[in-house]
Design a protein around this ligand. Structure first.
Ligand SMILES: Cc1ncc(C[n+]2csc(CCOP(=O)(O)OP(=O)(O)O)c2C)c(N)n1
Ligand SMILES: [Mg+2]
Length: 263
């Protein structure tokens, strides 16, 4: 995947699939989906919004210490969540409730954690390799890169079989991208050519600080400085999230041309 400047959008505002030169690269990935899978995308987005509203209400009633809403980020999360293959490892931030649900995590586990009834989370191995939430901003990018380095050292990548080669996806926010941990992660990811996707959800705010104060350039362009290919997608477009993440993860696990690299 090379550096691309236009924002990837596969759905029109009316919800129809855009078939054009700009989208043709992604269409085979979308055309491979059947109607049931598309309905599942929609159902997951609707269900998690309802769950999110209920949890927000519980927090306002004093039943939860904290709630981290996912409203408005459903499409980015559902598309990328379904793009990961079963053997992949997911390192979330603290907002990817529906990604956890897609990987088999009971969302009540998240409620238990934020109610203080569990001491930190769930068993990732028993929940689709969906790792624990990270409240310390960006720390998960280091965990993800370390894990992805391990995959390379173990030879778990680049066999040419996307059904067994493993990859890693890590979620983080626009504010988190200002933390040093992201810089260190990207340096190691590029140096060791890790089988990994950095999925930055730019919701424009880090609590009260706008993204315009965090960066003078679009955040996805920073990746070029590390030698990491990147692109920007419309986060409200579930099909764009699915297709771009599926392709990026498969390129990462395939590690084309990099198999001879050794630590
Ligand atoms: C290392 C660290 N510094 C500060 C905080 C406090 N904090 C929690 S959320 C947040 C803003 C994060 O913004 P962003 O990365 O854009 O993610 P979003 O919440 O918008 O998804 C901050 C500063 C923290 N959790 N960890
Ligand atoms: Mg943000």
């Amino acid at each position: 995947m090379s550096q691309e400047s236009a924002t990837v959008q596969l759905l029109s505002p009316e919800g129809t699939l855009l078939r054009s030169e700009a989208t043709e690269r992604y269409l085979p990935v979308i055309d491979a989906l059947d109607e049931q899978q598309l309905l599942d995308f929609h159902r997951q987005m609707v269900v998690i919004r309802r769950f999110d509203l209920e949890a927000g209400n519980l927090q306002r009633q004093g039943q939860l210490a904290l709630w981290i809403p996912s409203m408005g980020q459903e499409a980015a999360q559902v598309g990328s969540g379904y793009a990961a293959r079963p053997q992949d490892h997911i390192f979330p931030s603290y907002r990817e409730h529906v990604v956890g649900r897609i990987r088999g995590l009971d969302p009540l586990e998240i409620i238990r954690q934020l109610r203080g009834n569990s001491h930190g989370g769930w068993d990732a191995a028993a929940n689709g390799n969906f790792h624990l939430y990270a409240i310390v901003l960006s720390s998960q990018t280091l965990h993800a890169t370390g894990y992805a380095m391990g995959l390379r050292f173990d030879g778990a990548i680049a066999s040419g079989d996307p059904e067994s080669d493993q990859a890693v996806i890590v979620y983080y926010g626009d504010g988190a991208s200002s933390e040093g941990d992201v810089h260190e992660s990207m340096v190691f990811a590029a140096s060791y050519q890790t089988p990994q996707v950095f999925f930055l959800q730019n919701n424009q705010w880090a609590i009260s600080v706008p993204v315009s104060r965090q960066s003078r350039t679009p955040l996805y362009e920073r990746a070029a400085g590390y030698g990491i290919p990147s692109l920007q997608i419309d986060g409200n477009d579930v099909l764009a999230a699915y297709a771009t993440t599926r392709i990026a993860l498969d390129e990462a696990r395939g590690a084309a041309g990099r198999a001879s690299l050794r630590p």
